[in-house]
Ligand binder design. Structure first.
Ligand code: AHM
Ligand code: MG
Length: 337
């Protein structure tokens, strides 16, 4: 590869975004630190059994889910990397009951970082893609003490969002509100290099992602929508649809960002206490920001996810995201029901 067509590094890309007025120096530093933490997580994920990181940690999170060793390790890596940089006021994570403040020994900054340190945990022990998802919000100005309510901002307030997919290669996908860009980790150089600029999700698709084993628990609009997809060429949709389910939202969203599709995790009758499985603040919102920036759509089946006013840190939400025309159709089925 000649120097002229050599992909640019994340560091240079972020400096150019700062010059273009899309981010300030603090947000640039924050994203750099998150990327560095993701490199460490990538190394741990890659070592697998050799690093002694597989299996259960023997603990549970606030959502009653058993934590894997890599869930706990990834959470620690992200916290430690971010607490001393001076750019954050606090962090919240899927793996922590409550938010975490910046220790008094370090200066406090103006941003809040929310993350799912290792999404798709059930894939860890079977060597299938997992990922890290993150969302950045502004901390409200002039507050005396950081409280949970300061994190409860709608997705439309996000200033940056991204994920890293630890797959056959490690890729960081990022938006700061000026399109969606993907960076591949060059392990020899130790840096993320820009490999896809301004990614776009096609409006139409023939591919859907859903856990079909829950079908009997779905509500009527979902049954109708999926029945029509499964009916294929001779059905009302007039085309055959294919199905894919990685069981890691990062893996499924990355495929959709690359070649289109719709991802669905609906509310169902199995657990009436839970409005869906995925968490609003550190899964649904960042993925929605990315998908919308790539020209796709993202709803709860009834409203735009990024318009939902959060009421709790670990709040769950139904998720319909991806190719715009499919998301609009399934949302219409819900609103018309
Ligand atoms: P996790 O954050 O505990 O890993 O759970 C979230 C994951 C998503 O990545 C994925 O889409 C979904 O849960 C898979 O659910 P299922 O177990 O129903 O296949
Ligand atoms: Mg998750």
């Amino acid at each position: 590869m000649t120097p002229a067509n050599k992909p640019i590094a994340l560091t240079r890309f972020l400096i150019e975004e700062q010059r273009a007025g899309h981010i300030n120096a603090d947000l640039r530093l924050l994203i750099e630190v998150v990327a560095r933490a993701c490199k460490s997580i990538s190394h741990a994920v890659n070592k697998g059994a050799l690093g002694g990181v597989l299996g259960d940690a023997g603990t549970g999170n606030i959502q009653g889910e058993a934590q894997k060793k890599l869930d706990v390790l990834s959470n620690e890596i992200l916290l430690e990397a971010n607490e001393w940089g001076g750019h954050l006021a606090g962090c919240a994570s899927e793996e922590m009951d409550d938010f975490s403040k910046i220790p008094n020994a370090y200066p406090k900054g103006h941003y809040l970082l929310l993350f799912d340190p290792l999404d798709g945990s059930s894939n860890i022990d079977v060597n299938i893609s997992v990922g890290t998802i993150f969302s950045v919000l502004r901390c409200p100005e002039g507050i005396d003490e950081l409280e949970t309510r300061h994190f409860l901002q709608s997705g439309s307030q996000q200033v940056a969002a991204g994920y890293t997919v630890y797959g056959p290669s490690t890729m960081l996908v990022l938006t700061v509100g000026s399109g969606v860009h993907a960076f591949t980790l060059d392990r020899e150089m130790g840096s993320f290099l820009l490999t896809a600029r301004d990614m776009k999700i096609p409006a139409d698709t023939k591919e859907f992602a859903i856990n079909m084993s829950n079908q009997r628990h779905w509500y009527p609009p979902m049954q109708k929508y999926i029945d029509e997809l499964l009916a294929g060429k001779t059905g009302p949709r007039g085309k055959d649809f294919n199905m894919r389910w990685v069981a890691s939202m990062v893996g499924d969203v990355h495929r959709i960002l690359t070649r289109g599709g719709i991802f669905i995790y609906p509310r169902d009758k199995k657990d009436l206490d839970k409005p869906g499985k995925l968490r609003l603040l550190y899964e649904a919102n960042p993925m929605s920001f990315i998908v919308e920036q790539a020209g796709g759509a993202s709803t709860t089946g009834y409203e735009r996810i990024m318009d939902v006013q959060p009421s709790a840190l670990h709040q769950r939400v139904p998720v319909f995201l991806g190719s715009k025309n499919e998301v609009e159709l399934v949302t219409k089925y819900h609103l018309d029901a």
